[in-house]
Design a protein around this ligand. Structure first.
Ligand SMILES: C[C@H](O)[C@H](O)[C@H]1CNC2=NC(N)=NC(=O)C2=N1
Length: 93
């Protein structure tokens, strides 16, 4: 089980574009059309499977919201930060 990050650690490690909402971190990615968002969601899902750390993914028209928390630990851990960085790589990739 990973350790919960402190408020200061979260603030320091939160990647650009991400926000903290209580025990979750969240980013909304924007796309030129709906199917680009669908494809991105699939890409993030594959990385999540590899990491075995799964975000909540909400697909909306021309945007996708990715929400992360560590359910077993009941808060935000390094696994969430790492998965956020990997999702950003899929977006920029
Ligand atoms: C049994 C438990 O669901 C698994 O160990 C994994 C699966 N994916 C997971 N994903 C996330 N976000 N948090 C978890 O605690 C988690 N646990």
């Amino acid at each position: 089980m990973a350790d919960l990050l402190s408020d200061d650690e979260i603030d320091a490690q939160l990647p650009d574009g991400w926000e903290r909402e209580d025990d979750e971190i969240v980013r909304t990615y924007e796309f030129d059309d709906y199917l680009q968002g669908v494809s991105f969601a699939g890409d993030v899902g594959e990385v999540a499977e590899e990491q075995f750390h799964h975000p909540e993914i909400r697909i909306r028209y021309e945007e996708v919201e990715v929400r992360l928390t560590s359910h077993e630990e009941g808060g935000i851990t390094d696994a969430d930060i790492e998965m956020a960085e990997l999702a950003d790589e899929e977006y920029g990739g």
